[in-house]
Design a protein around this ligand. Structure first.
Ligand code: CMP
Length: 164
């Protein structure tokens, strides 16, 4: 009896701790895409330099050619927008570099490093201010919440590809 009570207690503490660690782990990762306009202009390295200079770590990275199906699923939330068809065409036009970035408050931090979606509104020194061509060809994508970061990472990466 005593033994089982202790096991239950241990399991409870352990699973709470695990949840805390898991939450912290999720909060410190974001998903990034270096988009076709950037890979085409051979500026992947310049963008990675800004990411690293600003304190985020690239813990996983792959260069892929996105399929139509992947792009449509990834951007499904925008499928009612007037720019959706163009967006899919653009995202599948050239290779992209997909990444997992890690660091404290990674989602928020990367959004600051990227700057506003429309480069005209982006702060000086941000990736989009420096490199984006226009609101669509805006060089990078970054997750907008911890929840979406997890979904987007899981959509493109297997667990064993995130090596730290
Ligand atoms: P991203 O952060 O990847 O999320 C959706 C993408 O759609 C966005 O970056 C741009 O590439 C594109 N996008 C957003 N707004 C517009 C717009 N008004 N016109 C064209 N493309 C857009």
């Amino acid at each position: 009896m005593q033994f089982h009570q202790n096991v239950d207690k241990f399991k409870k503490i352990y699973s709470n701790k695990l949840n805390l660690y898991t939450m912290e782990y999720f909060m410190n990762q974001t998903f990034s895409i270096i988009k076709p306009d950037a890979t085409k202009r051979n500026i992947t390295g310049s963008i990675n330099k800004l990411i690293e200079k600003n304190g985020l770590r690239i813990i996983a990275q792959k260069r892929i050619k996105m399929t139509n199906e992947q792009a449509e699923l990834f951007y499904a939330v925008h499928n009612d927008k007037p720019f959706f068809v163009d967006l899919i065409q653009y995202m599948t036009s050239e290779p992209v570099v997909i990444q997992v970035l890690a660091g404290d408050n990674a989602v928020k931090k990367y959004r600051e490093i990227m700057g506003a979606t429309n480069p005209d509104n982006a702060e000086d020194g941000t990736i989009r201010k420096l490199f984006a061509l226009n609101v669509q060809e805006n060089s990078v994508h970054g997750s907008d919440s911890d929840e979406n970061a997890r979904k987007e990472i899981d959509f493109f990466f297997n667990e064993n590809e995130i090596v730290g």
